[in-house]
Ligand binder design. Structure first.
Ligand SMILES: *Cc1c(COP(=O)(O)O)cnc(C)c1O
Length: 383
């Protein structure tokens, strides 16, 4: 069977070989401690589950939802932006419900990218920033995130002709995989750049609810003119431990939101209202569960960070996200990951996030403290 060119042109799945090795270890009976996947291990809070159960009983929720999402869910998003950033959003025209943010990240390219349009994306990064443009016939162009720039892209380094051909830009803070954060001066710089070159900015803020030591996460939409040039995409997956529910949203520029909506009317039939009801509870009820979550991640972060430091492994202490981006001494992330796997510890080699990720491995803080202790003991032995 001949695959379409657009599939054949996708970058190879670099984790396939690693997955195979992990499966083999498991078969051999090795106890695996995995820091590999960015999938929260803590259950969804009880009050959110309760809201879904109640919503499931109501017949109006058994019918097709609207493609743009329930107005009550979109109002909850607006309320959340007012509460957390003091940003006013028009729920009707400036917010759309997504079936998980991955869906929106992919679909937005279908709305705005023509053949050979450039899409600027931060690298290392979430793989869909690169595959989305390829599906749409566009050209992904990497903006490297380097330690010396605090893992922020260097906009001045983008060649003039590329900037002129660029139609869309992806930024992501707090960042996966580097755990870097962005301040308002960076967002202002992005807005100015986007206005100069007429570029749509998509700010993926999937980790907007996970910050440590009372650090206050900023949003791209806090810049007054941001709404002229772009949107925020945010997800409930990480903040509310809802990865399996598939619920997220896009908010900001109404033409961008409406373009995305045009694609969605033709591709899906909207997010389940039962899930949106759960999402409303998550976004606007008390945020105690988020605080508890963050406390758990913070304990894990401290333990792992201090442990790695003692072993001579450098990483920046994360202010946000649940990742540690650790530098590999000899720069070879695949061989380092292999070495740890010998001890039954799984980490993600940075090169899997693109060439700019080489030299690092990512630890996801999705193991409890006992397992982190155990993993540190094992790492010490193999190094
Ligand atoms: C987890 C993650 C997503 C995907 O979130 P879903 O809403 O579950 O699809 C998007 N972007 C980044 C950077 C992520 O880490």
């Amino acid at each position: 069977m001949d695959l379409a060119e657009r599939i054949r042109n996708l970058p190879p799945y670099l984790f396939a070989e690693l997955d195979r090795k992990i499966a083999k270890k498991r078969e051999e009976g090795v106890d695996i401690i995995s820091f590999g996947v960015g999938d929260p291990d803590i259950p969804t809070p009880e009050h959110i589950i309760h809201a879904a159960c109640e919503a499931a009983k109501r017949p109006e929720n058994h019918r097709y939802p609207s493609y743009e999402g329930m107005i009550s869910f979109r109002e909850a998003v607006a309320e959340r932006f007012k509460r957390d950033y003091n940003v006013e959003l028009k729920a009707e025209s400036e917010v759309i419900t997504l079936i998980g943010s991955k869906e929106g990240i992919h679909n937005i390219h279908l709305a705005f990218i023509n053949l050979d349009d450039y899409v600027l994306y931060s690298s290392p990064g979430y793989p869909v920033y690169k595959t989305g443009p390829i599906f749409a016939g566009g050209k992904p162009y990497a903006m490297p995130l380097k330690k010396e720039n605090n893992f922020l892209p260097e906009l001045e380094a983008i060649p003039e002709d590329v900037a002129r051909k660029a139609k869309l830009m992806w930024i992501n803070y707090p960042n996966n995989p580097t755990s870097a954060v962005a301040e308002l001066d960076f967002y202002r710089e992005v807005v100015d750049f986007a206005r100069d070159y007429d570029i749509i900015v998509c700010s993926d803020e999937a980790y907007s609810g996970i910050a440590f030591d009372n650090y206050k996460i900023k949003s791209f939409l806090e810049i007054d003119e941001a709404r002229e040039v772009g949107i925020v995409i945010d997800s409930l997956s990480k903040t509310y431990n809802m990865a399996g529910w598939r619920i997220a949203y896009a908010a900001g520029n109404e033409d961008v939101i409406s373009g995305l909506g045009r694609v969605k009317t033709n591709v899906d039939s909207g997010a389940s209202q039962i899930i949106q009801e759960a999402g409303i509870a998550a976004l606007i009820d008390h945020q105690d569960s988020v605080r508890k979550n963050v406390e758990i991640y913070q304990k894990r972060r401290d333990l792992l960070y201090n442990g790695l430091e003692k072993l001579g492994i450098w990483c920046q202490k994360p202010k946000a996200t649940f990742y540690l981006w650790a530098e590999v001494e000899d720069g070879n992330s695949l061989s380092f990951a292999d070495k740890l796997l010998e001890a039954g510890v799984v980490v993600t080699p940075g090169i899997g996030f693109g060439n700019d990720g080489e030299g690092y491995v990512r630890f996801a803080l999705t193991q409890d403290v006992e397992r982190i202790h155990e993993a540190l003991e094992r790492i010490k032995k193999v190094l």
